[in-house]
Design a protein around this ligand. Structure first.
Ligand SMILES: *Cc1c(COP(=O)(O)O)cnc(C)c1O
Length: 383
């Protein structure tokens, strides 16, 4: 689809010239897949996360799936998660043969409603997968308390929350298994990619085998394979981009925060949208996305709204409709009314442009377009 030069997308990765030059060096080096750049990125991330072992994968989805396998979760097991996430969060549970069990979200945070988790726990429950939607962290204290009371593993889907903090501590630097995505749209990218933060060296070794065909390298160069492994290693070309992103991530975070603040200041409250939850300590999000909810009278007209914005030169995303309403989960017995809060939010949520290269005046342009499109749609309903 061709777009005019002043079209404002809802997101855009920012890769600086130094990083592009470093990618060129990797391509010329003769070693383009997993190698020294991956090692350097794992070391840098490990240092960032307080010395915990970090292993790179070729996607956030692979990180989540292999995390489940590290925990030994499979057929007959249940895993509790939110229906308001990217479908990867539940797909990985199906991939290992276990059953995703959804719990509705809290309207105040749009994340899993922690007060409803315990009612969903059964003798088959093995793990919780919390998701930090839009980079706003789930309450890690409440989560850890539930997990320890019921002896559950926690696999954090932190795909959207790189750089976010809970109670002053960076997500990834504490907790059980923590999974990040470096997809192009995330706060830092390797084009595609991801990583998992593990608890100890033994888990790290297990993960290394799981990510590459189960292969163990023995002394003397011999190989052994004791168990199945995936093909999910990252390339050095990708890792070089990740190293460049880490140099810039502080600037990215600062830019995102300023733009989000400007949205709150410039927003016309009379339009009737619900703005995203304001971040209150101890939750400190990373502004991965800025997501208002359409006013209820526009709930069934999201497509018209998005088309109207596009005509104004502005891209709007949808992240996400409640996933239990997808055919995949309807076929497993779900339907409308199962998780009403997630359904309501999922039907009205919009992702407005927010990325580090945006100018403050772009925010003003978006706010003006939202007002214009909303007024136009109101005209169209009243004959
Ligand atoms: C992006 C994302 C994933 C999957 O990450 P990929 O790198 O695309 O595989 C999983 N969960 C959530 C919440 C995401 O936003």
């Amino acid at each position: 689809m061709s777009t005019p030069p002043d079209f404002l997308p809802f997101t855009r990765p920012m890769i600086d010239e130094q990083t592009i030059a470093e990618v060129g060096e990797v391509l010329r080096s003769g070693w383009i897949t997993t190698g020294p750049k991956c090692q350097a990125l794992e070391a840098a991330l490990g240092e960032r996360f307080g010395g915990r072992p970090v292993r790179l994968l070729n996607s956030g989805t692979a990180a989540l799936e292999l995390a489940l396998r590290v925990c030994g979760i499979g057929p007959g097991d249940e895993v509790i998660t939110t229906p308001l996430s990217w479908v990867a969060t539940a797909n990985v549970v199906l991939a290992v043969g276990a059953m995703p069990v959804f719990v509705d979200v809290d309207p105040a945070t749009r994340n899993i409603d922690l007060s409803r988790i315990e009612a969903a726990i059964t003798p088959r429950t093995r793990a919780l997968i919390p998701v930090d939607l839009a980079g706003l962290p789930v309450d890690r204290d409440a989560l850890a308390a539930i997990a320890s009371r019921h002896r559950l593993r926690v696999i954090e889907d932190a795909a959207q929350s790189f750089g976010a903090r809970w109670n002053g501590r960076e997500i990834g630097s504490f907790g059980d298994l923590v999974c990040f995505s470096f997809h192009a749209n995330k706060n830092i990218t390797t084009t595609e990619g991801g990583c998992i933060v593990l608890n100890d060296a033994q888990e790290a070794t297990q993960l290394e085998r799981l990510r590459l065909q189960g292969v163990e390298r023995l002394a003397g160069g011999e190989l052994e394979v004791q168990a199945w492994g995936a093909k999910a290693n990252l390339t050095d070309v990708a890792a070089a981009i990740g190293l460049g992103q880490l140099r810039q991530v502080k600037d990215f975070a600062f830019a995102r925060r300023l733009l989000a603040d400007r949205y709150y200041r410039r927003w016309d409250a009379s339009l009737g949208f619900e703005l995203p939850p304001r971040q209150v300590a101890p939750a400190e999000g990373n502004w991965h996305m800025f997501q208002p909810l359409l006013p209820r009278w526009l709930a069934g007209r999201r497509g018209e709204f998005i088309a109207g914005m596009r005509e104004q030169g502005i891209g709007v995303g949808v992240h996400y409709p409640a996933m239990h309403l997808f055919q995949l989960f309807r076929a497993r017995g779900h339907g409308p009314g199962d998780f009403p809060v997630a359904e309501d939010i999922g039907a009205r949520i919009l992702t407005l442009p927010l990325f580090p290269e945006m100018r403050p005046t772009d925010v003003d342009r978006v706010c003006q377009a939202v007002a214009a499109v909303t007024h136009a749609l109101r005209q169209r309903t009243t004959p």
